[in-house]
Design a protein around this ligand. Structure first.
Ligand code: FE
Length: 138
């Protein structure tokens, strides 16, 4: 898969997405579902590497910006590059939150909250199912 975000965006039918992703990833990435806290593959992961989009494979986050938020989901202070993660207002559940989606495939990633550590003060709270860790080789 390419990590070149300038390439044409991924556009599949819902049936194609369901077949490509499987039920669990489909529910999160295409239906804005949320995995239960402390159950995902990466909430406690400290392995160095790059987190790619679980839907389309572009690079979204580096392990260097991952921090232990204690919230039960993988948390990052900043995306790996500008323009990779888009933000949308989300007024579901009776509150204003900022949803984060992959800029390449528009897959739902999670939300971003203004309670993170320095340098950004942001917490990108991301479902493990929306990510695929590519460990650094050494
Ligand atoms: Fe994507």
């Amino acid at each position: 898969m390419s990590d070149d975000a300038s390439k044409s965006k991924v556009e599949l039918s819902e049936a194609q997405w369901r077949e490509k992703l499987g039920a669990d990833r489909y529910r999160v990435l295409r239906q804005a579902g949320t995995e239960r806290a402390f159950t995902g593959a990466y909430w406690d992961t400290k392995t160095p590497g790059v987190y790619r989009c679980g839907g389309c494979g572009i690079e979204l986050f580096s392990s260097q910006s991952k921090f232990d938020s204690g919230c039960g989901w993988p948390s990052f202070t900043i995306p790996i590059a500008e323009g990779r993660v888009l933000e949308r207002a989300d007024d579901s559940l009776g509150m204003r939150r900022i949803e984060t989606v992959c800029a390449n495939c528009e897959g739902h990633l999670g939300h971003v909250f203004p309670d993170g550590p320095k340098p950004t003060g942001l917490r990108y709270c991301i479902n493990s199912l929306s990510l695929e860790l590519e460990p650094t080789e050494d």
